[in-house]
Structures are given as structure tokens and as C-alpha cells.
Design a protein around this ligand. Structure first.
Ligand code: TIU
Length: 230
């Protein structure tokens, strides 16, 4: 990893990032959201809507691994005794199964169960950081701030699911903490295509009120160009 920076063709404007101060953050690419029988489907969602994000994330993850960039994976989920799951979350709505109920991939949204794990295509390496979070945002009740400080991170490349829920919540939390966030547009997905679109527009509107948005191709090109120049 060099100290050089690369410029990403992002919206609302290009952004230059020092790669040595940049982390790739992959939000909640778990079987519970991506596969039938998990939390996402219990809420009534068509989980096939999320599959399109896997390949773009895989490409950026491979480039990040190649370049030595810090990689952080997050997982939404709760302790087996539900002590970190607010009743207001568990009791909400009329899902087919509730958080903690037994499902085809183990108990719904519970740490250690098969459904809680990250999908095989994007499985973390032992050297990568995995943050377990009880909420939608990756900063709430986690060690993420400490981890990013320890590695001197100032910028986040953010992708994962879902665009308007855990990705947006995390980007808003990060923005208030002073991080520059570049959201990878095709590396995010929603059960609702219109929410995906609007979720990205909300981030980049008003001069980038929460951050920047760029395609995986634009991120890869910036990383590749930096490598060539190095
Ligand atoms: N339901 C939904 O769209 N998302 C979540 O509950 N969590 C995440 O976004 N990870």
C-alpha cells in the first residue's frame, strides 16, 4: 500500500482519497438478508432483489485485498438471550417469524446461527475485521470508532445492504463523526428499487449532504490508476 491518493469520479463531484486512510466497509451481506428463510424474507421482502450487489462488491473487495486496504465487514444480529434486542424491534409488525424464532437457517438474526453468517462469495478473511452490531447503524453499540481510529482511517468506501436502511444509517452516523463516505452505487441494493435510487440521491444531494456516490467501476478505476502511477 502506497500513501498515494486516487480521485474517484463520484457524484456530486470527484473526490480524492488517500488510500492509506481509507477503509472498505461492507454492510450486512448476511444470509439473513440475502437468502430465502432469513430475516429479510420474514418481513415480507423479495430477497432476490439484493443479489445484484454481490458481484460489484466482490470486485471492489478483491481490489481492496490486493492493495492492502483495511476491510471491515458488519453483521446485524443479536445475542442468543436477546438481551441486546430492544422489545420495540422484536415485537414490531407482523413478520412470519420474529427475531429469535427458529427458522430454516437457525434462529432469525441471532449471532452464531447459519443465517447470521456472511454469504460465501464475500466471506471475510481471518485478517479482516468483522463488526457485530445490534442496530441498523454500524457505529451504535459497537467498537467501530475505536477500530477506525486505531488504523488512522478518515475515509470510508461503503457498500452492502440495504441501501436505505443499514447503509444509509451507517453513512449518516459516519458523516456526523467526520468520515468522508463514498457509497458504491451498484454495490448496494434494496428490496425496493425505488428506495435504492432515493437512498443514493439523499446521500449525494445538496452538495453531498451525507457523502459521495460512485459506481464500482469508478472506484476500481481510481484504485487501478493509483497503482499504475505508484
Ligand atoms: N429490512 C431492511 O431493509 N434492512 C434491515 O433490516 N437491515 C439492513 O439493512 N442490514
Amino acid at each position: 500500500m502506497t500513501n498515494s491518493s486516487g480521485t474517484i469520479a463520484a457524484e456530486p463531484e470527484p473526490i480524492a482519497l488517500d488510500w492509506s486512510k481509507t477503509a472498505l466497509v461492507i454492510i450486512d451481506m448476511q444470509r439473513d438478508f440475502m437468502e430465502p428463510g432469513g430475516f429479510g424474507e420474514t418481513l415480507g421482502n423479495d430477497v432476490s432483489q439484493l443479489a445484484r450487489a454481490v458481484k460489484p462488491i466482490g470486485a471492489v473487495l478483491a481490489a481492496a485485498r490486493d492493495s492492502g486496504m483495511l476491510v471491515v465487514h458488519t453483521r446485524e444480529g443479536h445475542l442468543p438471550d436477546l438481551s441486546d434486542a430492544p422489545p420495540a424491534k422484536v415485537e414490531r409488525g407482523a413478520p412470519s417469524l420474529r427475531i429469535g424464532d427458529p427458522g430454516p437457517m437457525g434462529r432469525i438474526l441471532i449471532r452464531g446461527e447459519a443465517g447470521h453468517d456472511i454469504i460465501p462469495e464475500l466471506y471475510p478473511l481471518d485478517s479482516e475485521i468483522v463488526i457485530d452490531k445490534p442496530g441498523k447503524g454500524a457505529f451504535y453499540a459497537t467498537e467501530l470508532t475505536d477500530v477506525l481510529q486505531k488504523y488512522g482511517i478518515e475515509n470510508l468506501l461503503v457498500c452492502g445492504v440495504t441501501t436505505e436502511v443499514c447503509v444509509n444509517t451507517t453513512v449518516r452516523e459516519a458523516n456526523d463523526r467526520g468520515y468522508r463516505c463514498v457509497v458504491i452505487s451498484d454495490g448496494c441494493a434494496s428490496y425496493f428499487p425505488e428506495f435504492h435510487e432515493m437512498g443514493l440521491r439523499m446521500i449525494k444531494a445538496q452538495g453531498g449532504i451525507f457523502g459521495w456516490v460512485a459506481s464500482s467501476a469508478a472506484v476500481l478505476e481510481a484504485m487501478e490508476t493509483t497503482k499504475t502511477l505508484a
